[in-house]
Design a protein around this ligand. Structure first.
Ligand code: GDP
Ligand code: MG
Length: 478
């Protein structure tokens, strides 16, 4: 699948491919995985429909890590209330930079509390900064809101503090599952004013090592103090850069497509599609032919052909006797006259009547069955179980029609009984010629006998060999 190549096709075309794959996998692969892929397709379509000029960045983290403080420090406002008595509101808050607030995008994100940041430098133009609820809140609704928005935002800033940066709740529940999005992820170590420089260094090294071990090498790490303002400028610069190339949203969505495609690919398998083997096809065709009565027809045609050949080429004086025997094709109602043979007034089956064929026996049907199964097994080799079951099912879907089609195929086959009869004519002509020779010889001998009786001179001997005359030769030779 092109989805995994390093030289990736465009995001829209990859989404269409994912959509098609998910639709095809429906009912054949794990329902959750398929639903997940379909959700990603919907989300990408929705997000791409909104302006690419806007980048939505979420400040997320544990209670008291300093999300609200960082929000205020970056925005240069006091919109967020740091350190308020918990629980705080379950809803996220948004601050947007730029002349026009992206209302429709915020509607889609379902964020009711919105502010527009005016004044100051416009290096953050196009940024929508979200202050999320605490992911470790005792309130279920808060955690649910975090989980919902984590699916939708373009970029993450995980705010951690020196005490809880290695917290398993954060790493296991959020960071590791978001590995496909490490390119749009920052981990900000806040409250560094509480650390000595050596402690800070040790802390940063440990955090980096931890993230690397989780496969989050691309995630950026930054130390700030929302209180003293240390590192906040750097954070703003990094944000500004992420916004400037306007690719952050696409990068996030691309990660979603990658993750969904990878999950789906496990369900679909990566087996090469094999063609149908010749030997297996032959086996199936043979079984089908037998079930449809082809050998019976072949046998009957052969017998009929022999009989007719004998009738046509046998001694004309006796050939009527052969015609008295029943035609083997009549039993199968194969003795239909084709328009062509009617003209020639010749018995010639052109078509087989379907109703007259013996229907396949149990053995023959079982043979078709096993040939079909062998073919389906072959074709679905290496596929996950749901898919090989689908192949087998598909191979049987037209089974009812198959019997009909087979009957029709046999019934509409031209038996070509008129072929190969040219030499019958030749033999027939030869027969009559020889009979004529015998008759001429007899007449000749008779004439000589009559002439001798009346003591008249006999006919001159045209030719004789060792005393045997030509008319005698004609009679016996003919
Ligand atoms: N020393 C210090 N305290 C901070 C810093 N950032 C936030 N705090 C304090 O940590 C507490 C929680 O901060 P808050 O922004 O409300 O965290 P939130 O729960 O993640 O939104 C507040 O009392 C802040 O004053 C910082 O950089 N240094
Ligand atoms: Mg807060």
């Amino acid at each position: 699948m092109g989805i995994f190549s390093s030289n990736k096709p465009s995001l829209p075309s990859r989404v269409r491919a994912l959509s098609e794959a998910a639709d095809l996998a429906e009912g054949r692969s794990d329902d959750d995985v398929v639903a997940g892929a379909q959700r990603v397709v919907r989300q990408v379509d929705r997000r791409l429909a909104f302006s690419g000029e806007v980048t939505v960045v979420a400040l997320a983290g544990a209670t008291g890590s300093g999300k609200s403080s960082a929000f205020n420090a970056v925005s240069g406002t006091t919109l967020a209330e740091p350190g308020v008595t918990r629980p705080t509101t379950a809803k996220a808050m948004a601050a947007s930079w730029g002349a026009e607030p992206p209302s429709e995008l915020l509607d889609w994100l379902e964020i009711p509390r919105r502010h527009t940041v005016t004044g100051g430098a416009d290096d953050l133009e196009g940024l929508v900064l979200l202050d999320l609820p605490d992911h470790d809140s005792t309130e279920l609704a808060h955690r649910a809101e975090v989980d919902r928005l984590v699916q939708l935002v373009d970029m993450f800033i995980w705010v951690v503090d020196p005490q809880k940066y290695a917290d398993a709740a954060l790493h296991d529940r959020y960071l590791k599952p978001l590995v496909a999005h490490s390119g749009v992820m920052m981990v900000v170590l806040n409250q560094v004013d509480t650390l000595s420089e050596t402690e800070l260094e040790r802390c940063l090294t440990d955090l980096r090592r931890l993230l690397d071990s989780e496969g989050l090498k691309k995630a950026q790490v930054l130390a700030i103090s929302a209180k003293t303002g240390r590192g906040v400028d750097t954070l703003r610069k990094k944000l500004s850069r992420s916004i400037a190339d306007k690719q952050t949203a696409a990068r996030r969505l691309s990660g979603d497509v990658d993750a969904a495609a990878a999950a789906l690919s496990v369900e679909v398998g990566s087996a090469e599609t094999r063609g149908l083997g010749d030997a297996r096809l032959k086996q199936l065709h043979k079984a089908l032919g037998e079930a449809a009565g082809v050998p019976v027809v072949t046998e009957a045609v052969l017998k009929a052909m022999r009989r007719r050949g004998a009738a046509a080429t046998g001694w004309p004086a006796l050939s009527w006797l052969t015609k008295l025997r029943p035609d083997p094709l009549r039993r199968l109602h194969l003795d239909q006259f084709s328009s062509r043979s009617k003209k020639q007034n010749q018995l010639e089956p052109a078509r087989v009547q379907r109703s007259s064929l013996p229907s396949g026996t149990g053995v023959q049907k079982a043979r078709v069955d096993s040939a079909l199964r062998a073919l389906a097994d072959d074709a679905s080799q290496g596929l996950p179980r749901g898919w090989s079951a689908a192949v087998l099912q598909a191979s049987r879907r037209e089974e009812r029609l198959l019997a009909d089609d087979l009957d029709r195929a046999v019934a509409t086959t031209d038996l070509a009984m008129e072929r190969g009869q040219g030499y019958w004519k030749l033999v027939q002509m030869l027969q009559w010629l020889l009979i004529a020779v015998v008759l001429v010889g007899l007449l000749w001998l008779g004439a000589n006998f009559a002439l001798g009786y009346f003591q008249l001179p006999r006919l001159p001997d045209a030719y004789s060999y060792r005393g045997i005359t030509l008319p005698t030769m004609m009679v016996f030779g003919g």
